[in-house]
Structure formats: C-alpha cells, structure tokens
Design a protein around this ligand. Structure first.
Ligand code: ZN
Length: 57
C-alpha cells in the first residue's frame, strides 16, 4: 500500500518575474532541498529558472 504524505504539492515560480507558472509535486522523502527547473515563462516569453515554492492544498 502506498504511504500517504510522501508527496508534496509545490508550485514553480519564475525567478525573474515571480509569477507561478507551473504546479508540480515532489516526493519529499527522495528529494531533499529546493528544486529548480529551467522552464518556459509565458510572461517573460523565454526560458527562465523556476524555483520551487510551497503550495498549500
Ligand atoms: Zn517570468
């Protein structure tokens, strides 16, 4: 049976304009520390670094 609570909902915010463009989830048991992805930002209209932010359900 899968354990509850291992995955955590996170938002991904653009490092440049601070808009939240993506919602993801991570396994906090396997992933320690902050995540950062290079993703396309609609507002900047280019790829920027997106940092994770805590997202409450
Ligand atoms: Zn942006």
């Amino acid at each position: 049976m899968a354990k509850k609570g291992a995955r955590q909902l996170i938002g991904l915010i653009c490092a440049e304009c601070k808009s939240q463009n993506y919602v993801s989830e991570k396994n906090k048991t396997n992933t320690v520390g902050k995540l950062a992805f290079s993703k396309y930002c609609k507002r900047c209209r280019k790829h920027t670094k997106h940092n994770e932010t805590l997202k409450l359900k």
